[in-house]
Ligand binder design. Structure first.
Ligand SMILES: [Zn+2]
Length: 66
């Protein structure tokens, strides 16, 4: 019995909370989710970079449920 649907559901529901890596890139910092591999936008500080990544997840969730 396959449970593929459940697996992809949890992937799309990734909120990028942990573990998240903040790496230094040209122009600032960028947060990368180690769970699903998604990267956020480049921001000046690591906190802003983290927020950008999580905002992205929230927007994606809203788009999915709409
Ligand atoms: Zn993630």
């Amino acid at each position: 019995m396959s449970r593929r649907t459940q697996t992809s559901m949890s992937f799309w529901k990734c909120g990028h909370f942990s573990p998240v890596l903040v790496e230094e890139v040209e122009g600032g910092k960028r947060a990368k989710c180690l769970l699903c591999g998604e990267c956020g936008e480049v921001r000046e500080g690591s906190e802003e970079a983290l927020r950008a990544l999580r905002d992205r997840a929230r927007q994606r969730d809203e788009a999915q449920s709409a």
